[in-house]
Design a protein around this ligand. Structure first.
Ligand code: SIN
Length: 312
């Protein structure tokens, strides 16, 4: 646990590798330089930080985010699903997803979908950070999990790390559930504005210099340097490694909770244990403008399709 002399802010780790609870700070007001610095440091070490009992509205959530970077539009496929007057807000709820993508989108992804992911990695510059705020939460269930992909990379054997350090992979929105063939809104989105990029399989974190495993089962289609069969087997192995329980933390939401995570160092897994209970779950996310990933060899990612995702 750490605390700076001039604030009440405390950082309490929540697992051995991933996630820290930050207390002693009110996010609805402008933060001091020291508070911003301490939150940044906690993010670099723990990859995701959590806050409780905050009273932010949409405007205050955006103002909080702006102290850490430029805020993007809610989502490249937001359409008419953003709350009026707040294009930066991406609401996460069954109703918002049905409105944004079509009613069969969630079902098509299966019981475990959308799976581990970082936000919108098919973009050439995926969001650096996400900030998710809970408004309505179910009485039980609905937790979000996070996994530290710098630790997952370090846990691999050296020969495997050497192999994947030089590989690149295609990330494509909707590839893993054939969205381009869908007659729903999701099909219109991916046909009219396909999002796809080639990213390094191992990314160098631009702030910490750490190497991170930069593939995820929601968006990574294949490793472009390998045969399809080799790619499938290697991706399956990496997907299993990045979800190992020792690298994860599980966050239980309460109204007024916030999770703030670094998409360049952690993956997250949305819950799939609540739909059948019929409880409502409404959260609001913003994302910060990200940089173009760079691999171990210094090569940047390449865009296949889609624009750079800038500030809203
Ligand atoms: C997300 O993928 O950003 C949403 C996570 C969640 O619903 O818990």
């Amino acid at each position: 646990m750490t605390a700076a002399a001039d604030t009440r802010l405390k950082v309490e780790p929540q697992s051995g590798w991933t996630g820290a609870l930050i207390t002693g700070v009110d996010l609805s007001n402008p933060l001091s330089e020291s508070e911003v610095q301490q939150i940044r440091e906690a993010l670099l070490q723990w990859k995701a930080v959590f806050f409780r009992d905050q009273t932010l509205d949409h405007a205050q959530q955006i103002a909080f985010g702006k102290q850490f970077g430029d805020v993007t539009p809610g989502h490249p496929y937001e359409g008419d699903a953003a709350p009026a007057g707040f294009p930066e807000i991406h609401t996460v709820s069954p109703k918002a997803y049905d409105q944004r993508y079509g009613v069969n989108y969630r079902k098509k992804q299966g019981a475990n979908g959308p799976g581990w992911h970082a936000d919108v990695t098919p973009l050439i510059n995926p969001p650096s950070h996400s900030i998710l705020r809970a408004e309505v939460v179910p009485p039980f269930g609905g937790d979000t999990q996070f996994s530290n992909v710098a630790a997952a990379y370090q846990g691999l054997s050296e020969p495997l790390r050497e192999l994947i350090d030089g590989l690149r992979a295609e990330h494509r929105f909707g590839a893993n559930f054939s969205a381009e063939r869908s007659s729903e809104k999701i099909g219109d989105h991916v046909r009219s504005n396909p999002l796809a990029s080639i990213h390094p399989v191992v990314r160098v974190h631009p702030e910490s210099g750490e190497r991170v495993l930069y593939v995820n089962p929601s968006f990574t289609k294949d490793i472009v340097d390998l045969s399809p069969r080799e790619s499938r087997h290697l991706l399956d192995l990496l997907f299993e490694e990045l979800a190992r329980p020792e690298y994860t933390v599980r966050f239980k939401w309460e109204p007024g909770s916030l999770a703030f995570w670094d998409n360049r160092a952690v993956l997250h897994l949305a819950p799939r244990d609540v739909d059948h209970l019929g409880h409502d779950r409404v959260l609001h996310r913003i994302t910060l403008v990200g940089d173009v990933p760079v691999g171990v060899d210094g090569r940047e990612s390449e865009s296949i399709s889609g624009e750079r995702f800038g500030a809203a």
